[in-house]
Design a protein around this ligand. Structure first.
Ligand SMILES: C[S@@+](CC[C@H](N)C(=O)[O-])C[C@H]1O[C@@H](n2cnc3c(N)ncnc32)[C@H](O)[C@@H]1O
Length: 237
């Protein structure tokens, strides 16, 4: 396991969510993270894990043992950092619009959309810790984010813009997402994704909007900088 990135190991880890979790999420987040700014989005502060936190040291086997899903919410992934940067620098894409941040993790992209003037922002994620992470992080940045923990893939979306940062790391996930993106886009929703070259990013049907060099950590990724592109999904529109 040590010769691949921590990200890849976590992506491969399918924790049984039914085994979860007697830990209080908000308390757990406060104990295992500190407020810090992601390097590519310095204007936003998030509860993030770093080398000083025990969470950082835990292997995928440790996490599985305590029934904790991979703590995606404790990191600002390259795809999310690129997409948040794009939204903040191009606020017209969300301003006055109803925005959904799918697979929100820490809530970074949702917070960027709120800061950029979205009419409303809804964050979606199925990780049971993410609701608490989004609540804490939204409060730290003085914005309002509505959060839903159910799996909405395949459902119609009552929104104008769908944002998705770093979602193409798993084949099954990607296979579910692509028809949904196509349907949602065909219904008139603008779909933007941030992707740092993950294994299952399909590229076909996507148009590049901007590319960034996003600093990440070698403890999680296979390099110190991830070239990250923001794409607009065009195949369904
Ligand atoms: C790599 S993280 C990206 C988080 C954030 N967008 C970012 O870029 O920092 C992927 C996220 O997808 C979420 N996820 C996985 N399957 C999902 C589903 N069916 N619906 C919503 N979120 C899901 C995970 O819980 C995790 O938070």
């Amino acid at each position: 396991m040590r010769n691949i990135s921590r990200f890849a190991a976590w992506a491969a880890l399918k924790t049984r969510r039914s085994e979860l979790v007697r830990i209080d999420p908000e308390q757990f987040i406060r104990q295992n993270t500190s407020l810090a700014a992601p390097p590519h989005v310095p204007e936003i502060k998030l509860h993030l894990a770093s080398e000083v936190h025990d969470l950082w040291q835990k292997t995928e086997e440790d996490l599985a043992e305590i029934g904790l899903p991979p703590p995606f919410w404790a990191f600002a992934w390259a795809g999310g950092q690129g997409l948040a940067r794009y939204v903040l620098d191009n606020p017209h894409c969300v301003r006055g619009r109803r925005v959904v941040d799918f697979a929100t993790g820490s809530g970074l992209v949702a917070i960027a959309a709120a800061r950029a003037g979205a009419k409303s922002v809804t964050a979606l994620d199925i990780d049971p810790f993410t609701g608490a992470a989004v609540r804490l992080n939204a409060a730290a940045n003085g914005v309002a984010i509505d959060f839903h923990a159910d799996d909405r893939i395949g459902q119609p979306l009552d929104a104008d813009v769908l944002l998705a940062g770093d979602v193409f790391y798993d084949r099954d996930f990607c296979d579910r997402l692509m028809p949904w993106f196509a349907a949602v886009s065909a219904s008139g929703v603008m779909v933007l994704v941030g992707d740092p070259g993950r294994s299952y990013f399909p590229r076909q049907g996507f148009q590049p909007l901007a590319t960034y060099e996003v600093p990440v950590t070698r403890a999680l990724e296979d390099s110190e900088v991830k070239k990250t592109t923001v794409w607009r999904f065009v195949a369904g529109s």
